[in-house]
Design a protein around this ligand. Structure first.
Ligand SMILES: Nc1ncnc2c1ncn2[C@@H]1O[C@H](COP(=O)(O)OP(=O)(O)OP(=O)(O)O)[C@@H](O)[C@H]1O
Ligand SMILES: [Mg+2]
Length: 164
């Protein structure tokens, strides 16, 4: 895994934090999880929002490794439309043909699992990752890039002062 740091001067004059890393190996999703915790806490996230961000990152990185051979994750602090974190995961695969279908809980590897199959837990995945990311983050956009690669842009906003 290679990690890069940069602090860009934003037009408002404050420093925007940026961190980007490539990942491809099984197990590197846990490193992405750790980086997400560090980056998000560094810009002021605490409590349950922290694990919501890190869990989303872990789900997206796991997918990129499992289905696309890896990719790049970029963390950025944003001010617009609200102060928060933006996470971009772009992988090296062929994308997802039916994105809405893939986001349904229980839909995995091209089909919907039956309740029995979910309970048996023998399918290596419950088809819950993408749906969970949508629930855990405040804004999620998914698209297939021209020339290949599935991209997710997910944001979480910092709470208003005094809100936890
Ligand atoms: N980056 C990706 N590239 C290609 N296909 C993907 C990608 N991410 C997800 N998919 C497809 O979408 C399906 C649903 O993904 P999701 O993360 O919701 O569930 P899962 O990975 O099958 O199971 P779980 O995440 O619960 O272990 C996957 O089974 C896979 O077919
Ligand atoms: Mg998954």
């Amino acid at each position: 895994m290679t990690v890069g740091h940069r602090a860009d001067a934003d037009p408002g004059g404050s420093e925007a934090m940026l961190q980007s890393m490539e990942f491809s190996r099984e197990g590197e999703s846990i490193l992405c999880y750790g980086q997400a915790l560090r980056f998000a806490s560094g810009i002021g996230f605490t409590g349950e929002r922290l694990w919501q961000i890190a869990t989303s990152v872990s789900e997206l990185a796991t997918n990129a490794i499992k289905y696309a051979g890896g990719g790049r994750i970029t963390f950025r602090s944003v001010q617009d439309p609200r102060p928060g974190i933006e996470i971009v995961v772009l992988d090296r695969g062929t994308g997802i043909e039916h994105i809405e279908q893939a986001c349904q809980d229980g839909f995995t590897r091209g089909r919907m699992l039956s309740e029995d199959e979910i309970l048996a837990g023998t399918h290596g995945g419950f088809g819950g990752g993408l749906g969970a990311v949508r629930r855990l983050m405040d804004s999620v956009q998914m698209d297939n890039r021209e020339g290949g690669g599935f991209r997710v842009v997910a944001c979480k906003w910092l709470p208003e002062p005094g809100v936890f």
